[in-house]
Every structure is written in structure tokens, then in C-alpha cells.
Design a protein around this ligand. Structure first.
Ligand code: CAA
Length: 385
């Protein structure tokens, strides 16, 4: 077993860490407070190559492995999870899905724009009445011969106000249930795509999350991804990869809270000594470090399995489950360690705590991850020796 990062992966970590400290930390509190989309920061992330890290260089991407992507996500999430969710959706839900399942024409047309950050993508699966129960798609894609006509509403769409393309999941053959669902690449400039209200969220407030309406949107046949009826499996397979991105976001949030807590606890004195020297605080730090290390091993392993071409479905569900639970638990502890200072914006940990919550919800709630894991146990795919 080798737990070491390669030189390239370490260089990516260092570059992402420096970038986060220099470019994302200044203004992160204000952007969060004002729900201000980080346009300038996204442009700089694009310049750094963070928006298409795993895309093959022949389509303009960085050609890196998933572990490199995970360490970059982790470092950026320590500081600014609004930026890291924009990065995660573009890399793993949009670019990866097109590269893995798209036609050569789709890859050539869309990946260079997405990987360079000229265009940003959204993944449009959730609906007002189809969140966790994702097969119940009400958005329809009527087959009209050489095009599809899309009608419906999507909810909670990350990058919804800024993206140039949407991956839209819609029902074509209701009588076939989930086997009648298709996935499409839809350009947001096309007639009938309407951007709805922006959500006022608890966390990741600088990212833009919108409702989207599709009113008789004509989508050329060549923009369907995969065979007729492949859309639900496409969504599930793409989300399995996406969950590694959110797991690494959660890991970064927990890691950021931990680093701030250690620094604060060593500096802040109470009862004649640094609070880190009081067992009540020292044990909190010890639990944090241990849980983060455990989550890290699972997140990196899920990424490594994906890089080896192995089945990573259970590993990504487990990684997201554990990392998001650890992030929530220990950001609460970080606020507690900081006491009154933790409750105000200036010390960052209250934002990390608010940001942590969404990692237990989006790209499949913790409960959905447990469904995926438990079904794989019952299928005999998971065992403990
Ligand atoms: N890869 C490929 N196919 C898969 C798969 C995978 N990982 N997982 C399931 N499937 C296939 C199954 O094999 C099955 O196909 P067949 O019937 O042909 O064999 C089909 O999909 C349906 O599977 P299930 O019977 O298991 O479906 P289900 O209705 O019981 O639901 C679920 C399964 C796991 C609960 C699923 O609905 C799910 O993941 N729900 C959560 C949805 C979700 O994550 N939403 C997040 C929104 S996106 C987002 O948050 C993005 C953002 O902007 C940040």
C-alpha cells in the first residue's frame, strides 16, 4: 500500500493552496455576505486550469488524474466552497459526463470551451418534485424526429445564472419509467431557456443557484447523450464521479476548520495557558485530526479506484457520506473552540459550518449514500474480511 502523493499531485496541492490563500481568501467574507458571484475568481481558476483538470489535453484540458483534482478541490474548499462547487460541477458533472459518454462531435464542440472556462456548465437533474427520488422526472423531451422539444422546471441548479450549457435530464418515454429518460446538452442561449429566481442560501452563498424553466426548447438530436433511454444511467454514473468532488469539498471544509482551530487554540489563552493545553480542547483537536484522516483515506481511495478504471460506485458514496458527516460535526466543534469569536464572520469558522451543511445534501443526501451502499452490500459487492 502506498499512501504517498506523486510529485505532480503534490505540486497541484501546493499551487491550489497558494491560489486559495492569495486569490480566494481576500474578499471571501464579503462575497458570502453579499451573495456576490465570484466572477473574477472563477476567471482566475480557469487560467490556473482548475475548471477542466481531468479533461484530455486533446480537448483542451489538464489531463490530470482524479487524485490531483481531489487535492485541488480540498485546498480550494478550505477557503472558499462557493468557488469549489463551481469547479466541482464543471469538472465532474459536466466535463466528465460529456467526455465519458458523449459523441466525438459533442466532445470537440463543448469540451474545449468548458475546460478553458470560456463556458461554464450546469447539471440539471433535480426538480420541484424529484430530488432524492430522481426517476420521477416531470421534465419532458418529446421526440419530434430530428429534434427534441423540452418542457419543464429544474430546481437548485448550481451555476444556474452564469452557465452556458446545461446537461438536462428529461423523460421521453414515460411508459418506460427510468428507462425512458434521456440526457441532453442544451445551450442556454437557445430560445425557451429561462433563468428563474436565485436562491438565498444558508451556505455557499457566493455560488449562484437558480430555478430553470424550459419552454418548448428545441434540442437537435445530435445533442442527446448516449442511446435513447440512457439518460438515467448517465445521471447515476456521472453523479458517482461527482460525489468524489463533493467528498473532497467536505474534506477541505473540515481541514480548513481544523487548521484554523489549531492555530487559534495555540494562541488563545485562558486560565493561564493556551486553550490547546486544556484537555477539553486538546481532545477536540485530536478527534478532529483522526476523523479527517479517516475521511481523507476514503476520499483518496475512491479517486484512486476511479483512476484505476475500477468500480468506484460504493467507494464514492462512502467517501461522500463520511467526509460530509465529518465536515458537519467538526465545523460545529471549530466554532465551539473559537467561542464567541467563532460566532462572528471575521474568524471564518461560522462560514465553514454553514458551507458544510450542503455537503450532506447535494449530489445525493447522506441518506441516499446509505441507500447506495446498503444496496451494494445486499448485492454481495461489499464485504468485511
Ligand atoms: N451507474 C449506472 N447505472 C446505475 C447506477 C450507477 N451508479 N446506479 C443505478 N443505476 C441504474 C440501475 O442499474 C437501474 O437500471 P436497471 O433498472 O436498468 O437495472 C437504474 O439505474 C435505476 O436504479 P434504481 O432501481 O436503484 O433506482 P431508484 O429509483 O431506486 O433510485 C437512487 C436510486 C440511488 C436513490 C437514485 O435515485 C439517486 O441517486 N437519487 C439521488 C439523486 C441525486 O443525487 N441528486 C442530486 C442532484 S444533482 C446536484 O446536486 C448537482 C448540483 O448542482 C450540485
Amino acid at each position: 500500500m502506498n499512501f504517498e502523493l506523486t510529485e505532480e499531485q503534490m505540486a497541484v496541492r501546493e499551487a491550489a493552496r497558494d491560489f486559495a490563500q492569495l486569490e480566494l481568501l481576500p474578499g471571501v467574507i464579503e462575497r458570502d455576505k453579499n451573495m456576490q458571484y465570484p466572477a473574477e475568481q472563477v476567471r482566475k481558476m480557469a487560467e490556473m486550469g482548475f475548471l477542466g483538470m481531468m479533461v484530455d489535453p486533446q480537448y483542451g484540458g489538464g489531463g490530470m488524474d482524479t487524485v490531483s483534482y481531489v487535492v485541488a478541490m480540498e485546498e480550494i474548499s478550505k477557503v472558499d466552497s462557493s468557488c469549489s462547487v463551481i469547479m466541482s460541477v464543471n469538472n465532474s458533472l459536466v466535463c466528465w459526463g460529456i467526455e465519458k459518454y458523449g459523441t466525438e462531435e459533442q466532445k470537440q464542440k463543448y469540451l474545449p470551451k468548458l475546460a478553458s472556462g470560456e463556458w461554464i456548465g450546469s447539471f440539471c437533474l433535480s426538480e420541484p418534485e424529484a430530488g432524492s427520488d430522481a426517476t420521477k422526472q416531470r421534465t419532458t423531451a418529446e421526440d419530434k424526429g430530428d429534434y427534441y422539444l423540452i418542457n419543464g422546471i429544474k430546481n437548485w441548479i448550481t451555476n444556474g445564472g452564469t452557465s452556458n450549457i446545461h446537461i438536462v435530464i428529461a423523460q421521453t418515454h414515460p411508459e418506460l419509467g427510468h428507462r425512458g429518460i434521456n440526457a441532453f446538452i442544451v445551450e442556454t442561449s437557445w430560445e425557451g431557456v429561462e433563468i428563474g429566481a436565485k436562491e438565498d442560501k444558508m451556505g455557499i452563498r457566493a455560488s449562484d443557484t437558480h430555478t430553470i424553466m424550459y419552454n418548448n426548447v428545441k434540442v437537435p438530436k445530435e445533442n442527446r447523450i448516449g442511446e435513447d433511454g440512457f439518460g438515467f444511467k448517465f445521471a447515476m454514473a456521472t453523479l458517482a464521479g461527482g460525489r468524489i468532488g463533493i467528498a473532497s469539498q467536505a474534506l477541505g471544509i473540515a481541514g480548513g476548520a481544523y487548521e484554523l482551530s489549531v492555530a487559534y487554540a495555540k494562541e488563545r489563552e485562558a486560565f493561564g495557558k493556551p486553550i490547546a493545553n486544556h484537555q477539553a480542547i486538546a481532545f477536540k483537536l485530536a478527534r478532529m485530526a483522526t476523523d479527517i484522516e479517516a475521511a481523507k483515506l476514503m476520499v483518496y481511495r475512491a479517486a484512486w479506484l476511479k483512476d484505476q478504471g475500477e468500480d468506484f460506485n460504493s467507494a464514492s458514496a462512502m467517501a461522500k457520506y463520511i467526509a460530509s458527516e465529518v465536515a458537519m460535526k467538526h465545523t460545529v466543534e471549530a466554532v465551539q473552540i473559537h467561542g464567541g469569536y467563532g460566532y462572528v464572520k471575521e474568524y471564518h469558522v461560522e462560514r465553514l459550518m454553514r458551507d458544510a451543511k450542503i455537503t450532506q445534501i447535494y449530489e445525493g443526501t447522506s441518506e441516499i449514500q446509505l441507500i447506495v451502499i446498503s444496496r451494494n452490500i445486499l448485492k454481495g459487492q461489499l464485504y468485511v474480511k
